[in-house]
Design a binder for this molecule. Sequence first.
Ligand code: NAP
Length: 248
Amino acid sequence: MDCYGIIGYPLGHTFSPGYFTKKFADEGIDAVYKSFPLEQITELPELLQQQTELRGLNVTIPYKEAVLQYLDETDAAAKAVGAVNCIHITDGNTKGYNTDIIGFEQSLLPLLQPHHRRALVLGTGGAAKAVAYVLNKLGIDYRKVSRSGQPEVVSYDDLTPELISAHTLIINTTPLGMYPDIYSFPPIPYDAIGAEHLLYDLIYNPAETRFLSLGKANGATVKNGMEMLHLQAEASWQIWTGHYNPTV
Ligand code: NAP
């Protein structure tokens, strides 16, 4: 039987095993999805040798970047972002993809209005790089906002009401507000947010973070990360079954 799975560490509560196990049952797909908690990414070659029925893997924290050096090939978009969250295994050959890019783009596109020409990306981690890749692809000018104080990024202290007004797309890629830390939110001047704004939070638990509820209270359109999560999982399945047509 074909086997799919996820590598990461630890793998306590992860979305993908439940999603794929239900999908296989609902759609009558003769396959299993397993969790492979690897304490070190150096264990990956041995896993691939032992699990000969493996056709695909998802990759989660902390290996999305470190896994690249273990792959035979990497898709161009994943290489550009420097992170892989999906591996297709065919006849022992491994090729890495980044389906966060696909999930973010597909969930953002229906919400975009012509005036969403300038964006702020809160956070500079792995997910922010996937978001930046999509914004570049769509021709949306963006600034990264960070606590770091590096010269090329905006600091939270620099976020004036004018800057917020001028950037009508704001994307939270920080963990601020994620369960169980549900009362936190990115420190931005919410009073400057209005009906033209689209606030997108990559967090999906809770469904409405403080970032989103504060934006909504000022008339903004809001979007959480749940659709992105489902789309990135579905894109993995398209890749593993050979139905993926890269447009990124
Ligand atoms: P990450 O690599 O740890 O990056 C998060 C970034 O947020 C950090 O680089 C940091 O940027 C900033 N940050 C961290 N702690 C902060 C704090 N206390 N205050 C302000 N900023 C803080 O994480 P990631 O992998 O990019 O994931 C980020 C979020 O996206 C997580 O909540 C994750 O669950 C979510 N996500 C969702 C999906 C989806 O499908 N919906 C997919 C991927 C990720 P600075 O140091 O520059 O400030």
